[in-house]
Design a binder for this molecule. Sequence first.
Ligand SMILES: Cc1cc2nc3c(=O)[nH]c(=O)nc-3n(C[C@H](O)[C@H](O)[C@H](O)COP(=O)(O)OP(=O)(O)OC[C@H]3O[C@@H](n4cnc5c(N)ncnc54)[C@H](O)[C@@H]3O)c2cc1C
Length: 345
Amino acid sequence: MSNQQELFDVTIIGGGPAGMYTAFYSGLRDLKTKLIDVNPELGGKMLFYPEKIIWDVGGVTPIQCRQLIDRLKLQALTFDPAIVLGEQVVSMDRQEDGTYMLTTAAGNKHWTRTVILAIGYGIRKLAKLEIEGADRYEISNLHYTVQELEPFRSKNVLISGGGDSAVDWANALEPVAAQVTVVHRREEFGGHEKNIALMKASSVRVCTPFTVSQLHSSGGKRIEEVTICHTETGNTERLVVDAVIVNHGMRSDFGPVRDWGLDMGERNVNVSEKLETNLPGVFAAGDFVNYGSKVRLIAGTFTDAVLALNSAKLYLDPEAPKTAYVSTHNERFKEKNKALGLLKS
Ligand SMILES: Cc1cc2nc3c(=O)[nH]c(=O)nc-3n(C[C@H](O)[C@H](O)[C@H](O)COP(=O)(O)OP(=O)(O)OC[C@H]3O[C@@H](n4cnc5c(N)ncnc54)[C@H](O)[C@@H]3O)c2cc1C
């Protein structure tokens, strides 16, 4: 069966920043590369906060997240890797010759000499509002992400949640919406202190400790009113709304990955300082990995990607240099620099 498939040197599972940067670096090291992600587009968790401004990536001045995704994508495609989107890898089987056969939920096979796991915390799904029938409003005015602020202009917006995103969206919507109300089941909010203080000092109405207990609609198409319930006294209040945004965090699920024989904890895989997993030819990068000094930020994914890929390169070719030549000395960029008009000869 194996020889009917095209064999790749490296197959990256996961198209977040770790996977995308690994794809770039793998091409830089002359490896035949494939990247598979279950989502229909690249970006990983960054797709959950497209409008957020990112300040903490070295060398990149404040940038909207969706623009940073675009830059990462462009960089990932530099050496034309094969990109497979919309497929969840459900099994990873080692063949007799040491190669791996990956199978996706759709039954497609992907044959590879090494695997880089860049799967974050698994497949992330937004936690839904646990009220029966709430899903019917998802096509009208019940939102789990905010793609644009403009649709909320001059609206009465209720945000349910008390984490980073809820506070961020309350502050972002406050100057745009007619009224923002934040409903949170605890007194304390998560997120940055500065943002919480900003929210509390603004016109945002903060209702704590309350939960959303009922949605009301006269025609069954749009939420018109929401009942909120005090978590201690049980007292209720009914609020008129134009839109409801739910930020109850995300649930992640590794699914069948737990059956692949990896040395995993609850949320991560244990790796060596060379980003090797316990399985031969299988390496990992990004939020998925666990080692002493792991940094769970976009910037941290880049170092992981380089380390994991260099380990894969040496696994495939033990005589290869330990790391790629830096851009300034790398032959692979000579033609590309010329094309960019950055080098005369
Ligand atoms: C709200 C929020 C705000 C943040 N803000 C910042 C910030 O300002 N600065 C910063 O540096 N970091 C920030 N982070 C953290 C940053 O997003 C993560 O550190 C980063 O996305 C990790 O990248 P990753 O590639 O390791 O994993 P992810 O981005 O999680 O990507 C993993 C990918 O793997 C895919 N996948 C998983 N399992 C499978 C499978 N079996 N088959 C196929 N595909 C699979 C997933 O669909 C996903 O696309 C923020 C995170 C959140 C949630």
